[in-house]
Each structure stands twice: as C-alpha cells, then as structure tokens.
Design a protein around this ligand. Structure first.
Ligand SMILES: [Zn+2]
Length: 502
C-alpha cells in the first residue's frame, strides 16, 4: 500500500506540488509588480488628484481619441515623432484633440515675455496704420537690421528706413517676407540654425515699436484678448521696462507702462472680468553685477509703488552666452537689505537650466534662493540632489515644450525632460514663452504637445492647469477667487467636452 502511495506521489504528487509553487510564485510576482506600479505612480506630481466620475469618463474618451489619432497617423504613414513644431502645426490644428484642448480652461500663463505675446500678422497690420511707422529695408549694419520696425517723427527718419505702409503697397511680396523675419521657425530638425542669434533678431525687429505709447496699449490689449479667448485667465509677463514715449509729449516715466497696463486690463475686463496680470521685472544675464544692483533698485522702487502689479525679479537671455546666476551672488545677498529699505519682498523667478549641458549649474542656485518658480529647468534632471530639493521645497518648473524645441534643446517631444520631472514629483506648469515669435497664439498648442507626446491623462492636465494658479503670484484673496473661477470653468469644460464627445 505504502509503495503504491509512494509511486502515486512520484507520479502525480510532485508535479502537483510544483504546480502549486508555480501559481504561488506567479501571484507573488504579480503582487510585487502591481505594488511597484502603485509606488511609482504615488511619486508622480499628480498623485493627489482624484477624478470625479465625469472626469474619468472624459479621460477615457480622450485616451481613445489620442489612440485613434496615433493609429490614423500610422495608417497614413505620417511621421509624428522627430518632427518640428512647424511641420506638425497643420496636423495639430486639424485634430479633434486640439478642439477639446482649446475648450479647456488653462488657468494662468506663468511664463511669457513682453516682446513675444502678440500675433505677428496683427503687429504688421496694426503698425502700418500709423503713418509714423517705418521699416528698415537695407542690409544689416551695427545699428539696424533688415526688417526692423520703428516709429519716427517725419523729420527724424534715419537713412535706410521707409514708410511701412508704402513699402507693403509697393512690394506685394514684402508682407510675407516681413512675417518670416518676425517668426522663428525650426523648419526641420536637421538643418543648422544659430537659434539664439536668430531669436534675438526677432525681438530686435519689434523692440522699437513697443515703447511707442499708442502702440504699446494696442499691442497688450490684443495679446491679452487672444489669451483670454484661449481660456487663459491670468498672465505673468517677464517684463522688460522701457520708458514709453509719444511725439507730442516725449518720454514718460517707467511707471507709465504699469498704469497703462492697468488701463488695458480694465478694457479686457469688459469681456473677461476675471482676467488678471502680474509683471516680473526682468533684466539681462549679460549685464554685470553693478548694473544688476541698479536694476534691482529700480525694481524695488516700482514694486513699492505697485506692490500688486510687480511680483518679482528675473534675468533673461541665452544662458550659454550670459553670466551664471552664481556670479550675481552679491546681488542676491543684498536682497534682504533692499527688502527692509523698500518694505517689500522681491521673490526671484529666474530662468535657470535652459540648457542641455551639465556645465550650466544655474539650477543649483534655485534651492538656495527665494525662487518659487524656475523658468525651463531643462537640465535639472542631471542634478539629482537639486531636483530632490526643488521637489521638497515645493518649487515649480515652468515648462515651455514648443519653445524648447524651436530653440534646439529638444528634438523629439517624447524625450522632453519635463517627463522625468513630472514622474519624480516635481511640480510643473505649461507655458508658451514667446508664442508670437514661434508663430502661434495661446496655450493650446503647448498643451496638445504635452498631452500627445507625454501620454498625459486628465489627472495630469488638471494638476498642470491648477498649478498655474496655485503657483501664481496672485495674493491670497486673488488666488482664492481665481481658484473658485477656475473650478467652475473646469467643471463646465468637463461637462461640455463629455457632451461633445458623446
Ligand atoms: Zn523665457
């Protein structure tokens, strides 16, 4: 009997036992895998967001829409990856996803610049209406460059400038040529361009337009109206202050820019009563510490007079060509003293890490300084300790995906460093940096790129949108009001988008 039992075990028992082990092993493997999956998502920047049933329903629809979009591009053999924004733009505009993202409330645009907000077609058509507007139509020299626009009194027009309106009438091809000169395109990802040189030329071509007071007001009104149309409720501009002027009065004090912008905002309020604006006083990284001292004094002076309009201070320009943030340490250590003198704080909003190089160490300064928001932070992922500090300190990275591609820091959007930041729990917001220079309006394009290439879901979109108000420079009461408004807009959007995609 025993022998028979043993032969039974030998024949069937051991295999059965082995099978049970295998099942138990598989269950443990699955459990470990699922645990790891949960642990990874718990580290992500949007881990605290819980979706409502309606949001979950929309999430499923958007997931399917993206899947279908990707399948269609596959069928049509459209190269979707490693393509420049310029090549992708028509595809984005005709996609159903773009319609939905255009409907989405964006919250705040936290990172944009004074010379890069307003549509280039509009700039040309508005500028030509002024008989005192001229364009430089000669070869570049030390002072002026081809296509540079400016206002002059009739008796003071420098040589080489011709009336813009007359030039546009007499040379029918000039309008599109001028447009090309005002927009920076990365036509494809392979050809060589000295991006920053070309980029700065775009700004130079309109720099003499903006301080002309009548044009200044029109420019910002149009810029803000277009942003409001794209469901942006709040804007913070890295603002380069210049004395405004007109030909009757001459120059106005610096603060006229602020009071004029307050008037412009009142006009925007007629159609968009919730719209808010803050200015970040911006100077340049290529200046020396002594000049930055002077700039800081001016910024403090303006903030003391307009504490509700000026939110902080930044230094802009190509990080590879300019001075490091570290080299301005004497300026930063004086901030406390200046705060006491002027009785206002001056938080920093520095551009840092707009670079692919580990030799650029600007992100290191961010965790040491009172700098709640970082412009770009592309190379932050190569400084793990700083990345951890920035995450723990609850600082936010202002990400501008399209700008980063056009200026040559990223080619394939799928490989944008912000994906690493987001999955590691670093808070981010989506921004357009200089949309008019890149040839588009609003913030929907950047959200489209992030949604499609970074495989975002509604949870991530919601967190990015709400971050842009939570990390804004709005004061406590304004923020509260802005969140109430955004919540309402968000819920309306979820409902409308769900209906639209039924
Ligand atoms: Zn910027």
């Amino acid at each position: 009997m025993m022998k028979k039992y043993l032969s039974y075990i030998l024949l069937f028992g051991f295999p059965l036992f082995g099978c049970q082990n295998k099942v138990a092993g598989q269950a443990a493997y699955e459990q470990n895998w699922k645990l790891l999956e949960q642990e990874n998502s718990a580290l992500a920047f949007d881990a605290d967001i819980k979706l409502s049933d309606a949001e979950t329903a929309l999430d499923k629809k958007l997931f399917q829409m993206r899947k279908q979009f990707l399948a269609e591009t596959e069928t049509q053999k459209l190269p979707l990856f490693s393509r420049s924004f310029n090549e992708l733009k028509p595809l984005i505009e005709t996609s159903k996803l773009f319609d939905v993202l255009q409907m989405m409330p964006k919250g705040g645009l936290l990172h944009t610049h004074s010379g890069g907000i307003t549509n280039v077609d509009w700039i040309i058509s508005a500028a030509r209406k002024y008989k005192e507007c001229y364009v430089y139509d000669q070869k570049d020299n030390d002072q002026f460059i081809f296509g540079q626009l400016a206002f002059f009194a009739k008796e003071n027009v420098p040589q080489g400038f011709v009336s813009l309106d007359k030039k546009l009438i007499s040379d029918p091809g000039f309008e599109s040529k001028l447009k090309e000169l005002l927009i920076l395109k990365r036509d494809n990802l392979c050809s060589y361009t000295d991006y920053w040189i070309e980029f700065e030329k775009r700004f130079k071509r309109i720099n003499l337009l903006l301080p002309y007071r009548p044009f200044f007001k029109e420019y910002y009104l149009k810029g803000f109206q277009d942003l409001a149309k794209d469901h942006v409720q709040h804007v913070e501009i890295r603002f380069i202050f210049d004395e405004l002027y007109d030909f009757q009065h001459g120059k106005y004090p610096l603060k006229t820019s602020i009071t004029d912008l307050q008037d412009v905002i009142k006009e925007v309020h007629q159609s968009n009563p919730q719209f808010t604006l803050k200015l970040i006083y911006s100077s340049f990284k290529f200046l020396d510490p002594a000049s930055i001292d002077k700039q800081l004094e001016v910024a403090f002076g303006l903030k003391k007079e307009f504490p509700d309009m000026i939110s902080g201070f930044d230094l802009v320009a190509d990080e590879a060509a300019g001075n490091s943030i570290y080299s301005f340490q004497n300026n930063w250590t004086k901030l406390n003293e200046l705060s006491k003198k002027y009785e206002v704080d001056m938080p920093l909003f520095l551009h840092a890490g707009e670079s692919n190089s580990v030799l650029n160490k600007n992100v290191l300064d961010i965790s040491i300084l009172n700098n709640q928001r970082i412009g770009h932070g592309l190379n932050l992922i190569y400084f793990p300790k700083s990345m951890e500090l920035i995450r723990k300190q609850g600082k936010l990275v202002e990400v501008s995906p399209i700008s980063n591609q056009i200026l040559g820091y990223v080619s394939d959007f799928r490989n944008h460093p912000a994906r690493v930041l987001l999955s590691n729990g670093v808070q981010c917001s989506i921004n357009s940096d200089d949309p008019s220079v890149y040839g588009y309006d609003g913030l929907s394009y950047d959200f489209w790129v992030a949604f499609v290439y970074w495989e975002l879901d509604v949870k991530a979109l919601k967190k990015l949108v709400f971050n842009s108000i939570n990390y804004s420079s709005l004061n406590k009461d304004q923020k509260k009001e802005a969140i109430v408004y955004l919540n309402k807009q968000w819920n309306d959007f979820i409902q409308k988008a769900n209906q639209k995609l039924n």
